[in-house]
Design a protein around this ligand. Structure first.
Ligand SMILES: Nc1ncnc2c1ncn2[C@@H]1O[C@H](COP(=O)(O)OP(=O)(O)OP(=O)(O)O)[C@@H](O)[C@H]1O
Length: 221
């Protein structure tokens, strides 16, 4: 379903990503690791059609990012999620679901808020949310919309340990029932625990990790 083929990207003549090949299949969780500045966010921005690439091809269900339908079934949660500060949590959920023309039952919303321990904050302005709470409301929206692919850039950042465990369980459940997940993280344990496939971004190139011993990889970085 998601295919990145022989894709390269440069900024002002500096090569950031070289000849990237990546696939995410249906119902798969794919983890992406790499040191600071390796190019993970850049790669997600390319996949999400937010920046243009110089060479290669990106397709999602055979559509390219210059086709408006490409974005229909893909939901991206950036590392610093820009949520609408002057909406309440519950209003934000309602607003985004209306943008996507998705009817989500109140029961489903309440159960998701409850699961991520945000029920008591649903009527609070997002402006007053903590960093972790903002990430959780974005994750809740993504899970409720049920797109075919959720892309999350460092979703565990700022989450407390209980929320991290809940997020891992929620992503596993999501990938079994609804769709695929592509995420990046610096927490190697989480990546090893939930990923069906892991990619390592280093020296501008991407390779699939087969032995799952990520600690060893980073020792030699
Ligand atoms: N707008 C920009 N102009 C110039 N260089 C940029 C720009 N955006 C990103 N870069 C460079 O591209 C490289 C990859 O950055 P990117 O943010 O994709 O890394 P990352 O793997 O997500 O890092 P981190 O783990 O720290 O979030 C870095 O060397 C960065 O300096």
């Amino acid at each position: 379903m998601l295919k990145v083929r022989d894709t390269s990207f440069s900024i002002d003549g500096n090569l950031i990503l070289h000849d990237i090949n990546l696939t995410v299949d249906r119902y798969q969780i794919v983890g992406l690791v790499g040191k600071n500045g390796a190019g993970k966010t850049t790669l997600f921005n390319i996949i999400c059609g937010l920046i243009n690439f110089s060479e290669g091809e990106v397709t999602f269900n055979d559509r390219t990012p210059n086709d408006v339908k490409y974005f229909n079934e893909l939901f991206f949660i950036p590392d610093t999620m820009l949520v609408h500060e002057y909406l309440k949590g519950i209003e934000y959920i309602e607003f985004v679901s209306s943008l996507y023309s998705k009817e989500i039952s109140n029961e489903e919303i309440q159960s998701m808020l409850n699961y991520f321990d945000l029920k008591d904050n649903a009527d609070m302005l997002i402006r007053d949310y903590s960093k972790g709470m903002k990430m959780k409301i974005a994750i809740i929206v993504a899970l409720l919309l049920k797109p075919k692919l959720i892309i999350l850039d460092e979703p565990f950042n700022g989450l407390d340990p209980t929320s991290c465990i809940k997020l891992m369980d929620a992503l596993k459940y999501y990938s079994e029932k609804y769709g695929s997940v592509l995420f990046s993280s610096h927490t190697l344990d989480f990546v090893e625990q939930i990923s069906d496939k892991i990619y390592f971004l280093t020296d501008k190139t991407l390779r699939e990790v087969t032995d799952k011993n990520l600690m060893e990889l980073f020792k030699n970085e």
